[in-house]
Design a binder for this molecule. Structure first.
Ligand code: NDP
Length: 398
């Protein structure tokens, strides 16, 4: 009997729970635990299956996590709470002998800075304990790394240029809303941009570099260079890469709101005193912005995320390659009650846990997704609602 523990009951947690429940031959028992138990209960009720139970936990506290793990004895925990909880959950996994998977790398709450070093430092301890930790298994990071591993395994002798391109061409009808947790999202995109070239990291001002890129079934959209965490592991795992960049689309309206939010200090993570109590402006902002989970009702259009890679094929000839998935907000909502950004994150998290539980991705230690065999994962993407497409020797525009 396999048991999975899902921590976090937000937009992504909702999708993970739905998809695990659809695959009950692998996920025989499902526990959903989060800070606010009523949110877990609402997800369990919407799914309506008897193999789902719920619980409460504050995942900032290792002792509470240890008690939760001892009570439920899961085989693997899927961490879809916030990046702030990654290390406490990994600590509890080590203490209780539980395997681990997440979708975002650790970020300290008081410093808008993310990198893998904090989690890679757990490698030896997971290895010694015989436990597998799978890092960054959403779409990007996640499928972006699996796509790259698939390209390397089947098509390229040497990958030279990698561009991960992420377009959300959906329209939710709101003046300003983020597609996943607003605090994490705004922290990410207001940081300086960064890309890798010839062995060095090059820093840019936020949104300094941009150009229109054409997305399948969508058309041209202005795309902005951002730093994104999977670049850090991909350039290490594929040393032939000369340049690696990440691009994301934003509308003008979104960028204008973002600029105003920053200019008036609402994106700040520094605590301030307000009427005798300490508040963090960005956390207050999160409380007044639309809840990304509830954007689904009127969300139209699709996302398109993929990898554009060029280099030499297995015979040494020039090759350009584009692999991508398009995902519809409407279809995601019909299936899980939430929009495509949550869907494209939650489905791969479920597949990663499925890979572990079916013995395909079991390697003690702490690993990024591209270190595992991409083939069984790619097969499941097609079956679980995220079909992918390839284009050979087209114009990558980059
Ligand atoms: P939400 O804010 O919607 O949900 C987060 C959930 O975690 C909430 O249920 C929240 O509980 C819970 N939580 C927060 N803090 C704690 C805590 N201390 N203890 C227990 N539970 C806690 O976030 P999303 O669903 O939008 O995002 C989830 C994760 O997915 C994030 O880490 C995000 O970075 C990642 N992500 C990854 C992507 C990828 O492609 N790789 C893309 C999009 C998101 P409460 O309701 O009480 O606040």
């Amino acid at each position: 009997m396999n048991k999975v523990l899902i921590i976090g009951a937000g937009g992504v947690g909702t999708v993970v729970a739905h998809k695990c429940a659809q695959n009950s031959d692998v996920f025989n028992e499902i526990v959903i635990a989060s800070r606010t138990k009523s949110k877990c209960d609402a997800i369990a009720k919407a799914i309506g299956k008897s193999n789902i139970t719920t619980d409460q936990v504050d995942a900032d506290h290792v002792d509470q996590l240890v008690a939760l793990f001892k009570k439920h004895k899961p085989d693997i925990v899927i961490n879809v709470a916030l990046p702030y909880q990654d290390l406490t959950i990994m600590d509890a996994c080590l203490e209780c002998g539980v395997n681990y998977l997440d979708t975002a790398n650790y970020e300290p709450i008081d410093e808008a800075h993310f990198e893998y070093s904090w989690q890679w430092a757990y490698r030896e301890r997971f290895e010694k304990a015989g436990l597998t930790a799978i890092l960054g298994c959403g779409f990007d990071p996640g499928v972006s790394g699996v796509f790259t591993a698939y390209a390397a395994k089947h098509h390229f002798g040497e990958m030279e240029y990698l561009d991960i391109v992420d377009c959300n061409a959906g329209n939710h009808g709101k003046a300003f809303a983020t597609n996943f947790n607003p605090e994490i999202n705004i922290r990410e995109i207001t940081q300086k941009g960064r890309y890798y070239e010839n062995g060095k990291w090059i820093e840019t001002e936020p949104q300094e570099i941009h150009q229109p890129l054409t997305y399948p079934n969508i058309g041209p959209r202005e795309s902005y260079l951002l730093y994104h965490e999977e670049l850090e592991s991909l350039v290490i795992n594929y040393p032939s890469i000369k340049r690696a960049r990440f691009w994301m689309t934003f509308g003008q309206e979104y960028l204008t709101h973002l600029r105003v939010i920053q200019n008036i200090g609402m994106a700040s993570i520094e605590p301030i005193m307000y009427e005798g109590r300490e508040i963090v402006p960005i956390q207050f902002l999160k409380a007044v912005l639309p809840n990304p989970q509830e954007l689904g009702t009127n969300y139209h259009g699709e996302t398109s995320i993929g990898c554009r890679i060029s280099g030499k094929d297995k015979e040494g000839k020039d090759l350009t390659y584009y692999i991508y998935n398009n995902c519809s907000h409407e279809e995601s909502y019909k299936e899980t009650g939430t929009q495509a950004v949550n869907y494209t994150t939650g489905v791969p998290a479920m597949i990663g846990a499925m890979m572990f539980l079916t013995g395909k991705w079991v390697t003690p230690g702490v690993h990024n997704v591209e270190e595992f065999d991409p083939d069984p994962f790619m097969e499941q993407l097609n079956k679980q609602g995220l079909p992918w497409h390839e284009e050979f020797n087209g114009d990558l525009e980059l």
